[in-house]
Design a protein around this ligand. Sequence first.
Ligand code: HPA
Length: 236
Amino acid sequence: MKNIQTPHIKPEGVEIAETILLPGDPLRAKFIADNFLENSVCFNKVRGMLGYTGTFKGKKISVMGTGMGPGSIGIYSYELIKFFGVKNLIRIGTCGSLQRDVNIYDVILAMASSTDTNYMHQYNLPGQLSLHASYDLLSKSHEIAKEKNINVHVGNILSTDIFYSADKKSIDNWKKMGILAVEMESVALYANAIALGANALTILTVSDSLITGEETTPEERQTAFTKMVEIAMELA
Ligand code: HPA
Protein backbone atom coordinates (compact mmCIF):
# COMPACT_ATOMS: atom_id res chain seq x y z
CA MET A 1 0.00 0.00 0.00
CA LYS A 2 3.09 2.21 -0.10
CA ASN A 3 2.62 5.72 -1.50
CA ILE A 4 -0.75 5.11 -3.14
CA GLN A 5 -2.57 8.37 -3.69
CA THR A 6 -5.98 9.30 -5.04
CA PRO A 7 -7.34 12.73 -5.97
CA HIS A 8 -8.91 13.03 -2.50
CA ILE A 9 -6.71 10.94 -0.18
CA LYS A 10 -2.94 11.42 0.04
CA PRO A 11 -1.57 9.40 2.98
CA GLU A 12 2.11 9.91 2.07
CA GLY A 13 3.07 6.45 3.26
CA VAL A 14 0.89 6.37 6.42
CA GLU A 15 -1.08 3.13 6.53
CA ILE A 16 -4.88 3.10 6.44
CA ALA A 17 -6.29 0.27 8.59
CA GLU A 18 -8.68 -2.43 7.30
CA THR A 19 -11.33 -1.03 9.65
CA ILE A 20 -12.29 2.63 9.51
CA LEU A 21 -14.74 4.79 11.45
CA LEU A 22 -16.42 7.44 9.33
CA PRO A 23 -17.97 10.48 11.02
CA GLY A 24 -19.37 13.19 8.69
CA ASP A 25 -17.41 15.98 10.36
CA PRO A 26 -13.61 15.84 9.92
CA LEU A 27 -13.16 17.55 13.30
CA ARG A 28 -15.04 14.63 14.86
CA ALA A 29 -12.42 12.37 13.26
CA LYS A 30 -9.72 14.44 14.98
CA PHE A 31 -11.64 14.29 18.28
CA ILE A 32 -11.83 10.48 18.06
CA ALA A 33 -8.14 10.20 17.16
CA ASP A 34 -7.19 12.49 20.09
CA ASN A 35 -9.46 10.86 22.68
CA PHE A 36 -9.85 7.19 21.73
CA LEU A 37 -6.81 6.15 19.69
CA GLU A 38 -3.27 5.55 20.83
CA ASN A 39 -0.29 6.69 18.75
CA SER A 40 -2.51 8.23 16.08
CA VAL A 41 -0.92 9.60 12.90
CA CYS A 42 -2.70 11.86 10.39
CA PHE A 43 -3.05 10.24 6.94
CA ASN A 44 -5.09 12.83 5.11
CA LYS A 45 -5.50 16.59 4.99
CA VAL A 46 -6.70 17.02 1.39
CA ARG A 47 -9.67 19.46 1.40
CA GLY A 48 -9.51 19.42 5.20
CA MET A 49 -11.00 15.91 5.25
CA LEU A 50 -8.87 14.75 8.17
CA GLY A 51 -8.01 11.07 8.51
CA TYR A 52 -5.98 9.29 11.23
CA THR A 53 -4.64 5.82 11.94
CA GLY A 54 -3.88 4.59 15.45
CA THR A 55 -4.57 1.67 17.75
CA PHE A 56 -7.45 0.79 20.06
CA LYS A 57 -6.89 -2.06 22.54
CA GLY A 58 -3.88 -3.02 20.45
CA LYS A 59 -5.80 -3.20 17.16
CA LYS A 60 -5.06 -0.92 14.25
CA ILE A 61 -7.98 1.32 13.35
CA SER A 62 -8.47 4.42 11.19
CA VAL A 63 -10.95 7.27 11.39
CA MET A 64 -11.76 9.82 8.69
CA GLY A 65 -14.40 12.47 7.93
CA THR A 66 -16.71 11.92 4.96
CA GLY A 67 -18.46 15.26 4.52
CA MET A 68 -22.22 15.41 4.00
CA GLY A 69 -24.42 13.72 1.42
CA PRO A 70 -24.02 10.72 -0.89
CA GLY A 71 -21.74 12.59 -3.31
CA SER A 72 -19.10 13.23 -0.67
CA ILE A 73 -19.17 9.91 1.21
CA GLY A 74 -19.46 8.17 -2.18
CA ILE A 75 -16.04 9.50 -3.20
CA TYR A 76 -14.27 8.67 0.07
CA SER A 77 -15.76 5.23 0.62
CA TYR A 78 -15.05 4.23 -3.01
CA GLU A 79 -11.40 5.28 -2.80
CA LEU A 80 -10.90 3.69 0.63
CA ILE A 81 -12.21 0.32 -0.55
CA LYS A 82 -10.91 0.29 -4.13
CA PHE A 83 -7.45 1.83 -3.71
CA PHE A 84 -6.56 1.39 -0.04
CA GLY A 85 -8.04 -2.06 0.60
CA VAL A 86 -10.31 -1.00 3.48
CA LYS A 87 -12.60 -3.90 4.44
CA ASN A 88 -14.85 -2.63 7.26
CA LEU A 89 -16.43 0.82 7.02
CA ILE A 90 -18.44 2.03 9.99
CA ARG A 91 -20.28 5.30 9.60
CA ILE A 92 -20.99 7.12 12.87
CA GLY A 93 -23.40 9.97 12.30
CA THR A 94 -26.53 11.80 13.33
CA CYS A 95 -30.09 11.57 12.06
CA GLY A 96 -33.58 12.98 12.41
CA SER A 97 -36.19 10.68 13.99
CA LEU A 98 -39.33 9.78 12.04
CA GLN A 99 -41.00 7.67 14.76
CA ARG A 100 -42.55 8.59 18.12
CA ASP A 101 -40.66 5.86 19.98
CA VAL A 102 -37.28 6.88 18.52
CA ASN A 103 -36.16 9.63 20.90
CA ILE A 104 -33.34 12.14 20.67
CA TYR A 105 -30.02 10.64 21.83
CA ASP A 106 -31.22 7.13 20.97
CA VAL A 107 -28.81 4.98 18.96
CA ILE A 108 -29.86 3.30 15.71
CA LEU A 109 -28.13 0.42 13.90
CA ALA A 110 -29.12 0.83 10.25
CA MET A 111 -29.96 -2.70 9.12
CA ALA A 112 -31.12 -1.30 5.78
CA SER A 113 -31.11 1.98 3.95
CA SER A 114 -33.89 3.22 1.70
CA THR A 115 -33.32 6.20 -0.54
CA ASP A 116 -34.79 8.98 -2.66
CA THR A 117 -31.43 9.72 -4.31
CA ASN A 118 -30.22 8.86 -7.81
CA TYR A 119 -27.10 7.12 -6.50
CA MET A 120 -28.23 3.63 -7.54
CA HIS A 121 -28.89 4.64 -11.19
CA GLN A 122 -25.19 4.13 -12.05
CA TYR A 123 -25.56 0.33 -11.70
CA ASN A 124 -28.33 0.05 -14.34
CA LEU A 125 -30.21 -2.61 -12.41
CA PRO A 126 -33.46 -3.89 -13.90
CA GLY A 127 -35.19 -3.33 -10.53
CA GLN A 128 -34.38 -2.06 -7.04
CA LEU A 129 -31.56 -3.41 -4.94
CA SER A 130 -32.16 -3.62 -1.17
CA LEU A 131 -29.32 -1.73 0.46
CA HIS A 132 -28.29 -3.52 3.62
CA ALA A 133 -25.62 -3.42 6.31
CA SER A 134 -23.04 -6.18 6.69
CA TYR A 135 -24.75 -8.88 8.78
CA ASP A 136 -21.47 -9.55 10.55
CA LEU A 137 -20.97 -5.93 11.63
CA LEU A 138 -24.65 -5.55 12.46
CA SER A 139 -24.89 -8.63 14.66
CA LYS A 140 -21.57 -7.88 16.40
CA SER A 141 -22.55 -4.26 17.10
CA HIS A 142 -25.87 -5.46 18.52
CA GLU A 143 -24.04 -7.81 20.88
CA ILE A 144 -21.62 -5.05 21.93
CA ALA A 145 -24.52 -2.66 22.63
CA LYS A 146 -26.20 -5.32 24.79
CA GLU A 147 -22.99 -5.93 26.75
CA LYS A 148 -22.61 -2.19 27.33
CA ASN A 149 -26.29 -1.80 28.29
CA ILE A 150 -26.82 0.66 25.44
CA ASN A 151 -30.37 0.51 24.15
CA VAL A 152 -30.47 0.48 20.34
CA HIS A 153 -33.10 0.49 17.59
CA VAL A 154 -32.36 -1.80 14.63
CA GLY A 155 -34.14 -1.16 11.34
CA ASN A 156 -34.56 0.69 8.08
CA ILE A 157 -33.50 4.30 7.61
CA LEU A 158 -33.97 6.85 4.83
CA SER A 159 -30.88 8.18 3.09
CA THR A 160 -31.83 11.41 1.30
CA ASP A 161 -29.85 13.99 -0.65
CA ILE A 162 -32.09 16.88 0.40
CA PHE A 163 -31.85 18.38 3.89
CA TYR A 164 -34.22 21.32 3.17
CA SER A 165 -36.94 19.66 1.12
CA ALA A 166 -39.61 21.71 -0.68
CA ASP A 167 -41.96 18.75 -0.20
CA LYS A 168 -42.71 18.67 3.52
CA LYS A 169 -45.27 15.86 3.11
CA SER A 170 -43.00 13.24 1.55
CA ILE A 171 -41.43 12.39 4.90
CA ASP A 172 -44.86 11.24 6.15
CA ASN A 173 -44.95 8.51 3.51
CA TRP A 174 -41.56 7.19 4.61
CA LYS A 175 -42.71 7.31 8.23
CA LYS A 176 -45.74 5.13 7.33
CA MET A 177 -43.34 2.53 5.89
CA GLY A 178 -41.65 2.16 9.28
CA ILE A 179 -38.51 4.16 8.48
CA LEU A 180 -36.84 4.95 11.81
CA ALA A 181 -34.92 8.08 10.87
CA VAL A 182 -33.45 10.17 8.06
CA GLU A 183 -29.80 10.92 7.24
CA MET A 184 -27.81 11.58 4.07
CA GLU A 185 -24.90 9.17 3.59
CA SER A 186 -25.74 5.50 3.98
CA VAL A 187 -27.02 4.96 0.44
CA ALA A 188 -23.59 5.60 -1.06
CA LEU A 189 -21.72 3.81 1.72
CA TYR A 190 -23.85 0.65 1.49
CA ALA A 191 -23.91 0.69 -2.32
CA ASN A 192 -20.13 1.03 -2.61
CA ALA A 193 -19.54 -1.66 0.00
CA ILE A 194 -21.92 -4.09 -1.74
CA ALA A 195 -20.59 -3.29 -5.24
CA LEU A 196 -16.92 -3.54 -4.23
CA GLY A 197 -17.15 -6.43 -1.76
CA ALA A 198 -16.55 -4.68 1.58
CA ASN A 199 -18.51 -4.60 4.86
CA ALA A 200 -20.40 -1.51 5.95
CA LEU A 201 -22.56 -0.46 8.86
CA THR A 202 -24.14 2.86 9.82
CA ILE A 203 -24.55 3.67 13.50
CA LEU A 204 -26.58 6.80 14.22
CA THR A 205 -27.41 9.01 17.16
CA VAL A 206 -30.74 10.83 16.92
CA SER A 207 -29.92 14.56 16.91
CA ASP A 208 -33.40 15.90 16.16
CA SER A 209 -36.97 14.75 15.74
CA LEU A 210 -39.01 15.51 12.64
CA ILE A 211 -42.06 14.37 14.65
CA THR A 212 -41.78 16.49 17.80
CA GLY A 213 -39.40 19.22 16.56
CA GLU A 214 -37.02 18.55 19.48
CA GLU A 215 -33.31 19.24 18.92
CA THR A 216 -30.16 18.40 20.86
CA THR A 217 -27.54 20.91 21.94
CA PRO A 218 -23.94 20.48 20.75
CA GLU A 219 -22.84 19.52 24.32
CA GLU A 220 -25.56 16.89 24.64
CA ARG A 221 -24.70 15.56 21.21
CA GLN A 222 -21.12 15.00 22.31
CA THR A 223 -22.23 12.71 25.18
CA ALA A 224 -24.59 10.72 22.99
CA PHE A 225 -21.88 10.56 20.34
CA THR A 226 -19.54 8.86 22.80
CA LYS A 227 -21.93 5.90 23.22
CA MET A 228 -21.95 5.38 19.46
CA VAL A 229 -18.15 5.62 19.20
CA GLU A 230 -17.76 3.06 22.00
CA ILE A 231 -19.83 0.54 20.03
CA ALA A 232 -17.97 1.29 16.77
CA MET A 233 -14.51 1.04 18.35
CA GLU A 234 -15.18 -2.42 19.72
CA LEU A 235 -16.00 -3.64 16.20
CA ALA A 236 -12.39 -3.24 15.10
N1 HPA B 1 -32.42 15.21 7.73
C1 HPA B 1 -31.36 14.71 7.09
N2 HPA B 1 -30.24 14.43 7.69
C2 HPA B 1 -30.16 14.62 9.01
C3 HPA B 1 -31.21 15.13 9.73
C4 HPA B 1 -32.40 15.44 9.06
O1 HPA B 1 -33.38 15.89 9.66
N3 HPA B 1 -30.81 15.24 11.03
C5 HPA B 1 -29.54 14.79 11.09
N4 HPA B 1 -29.14 14.41 9.86
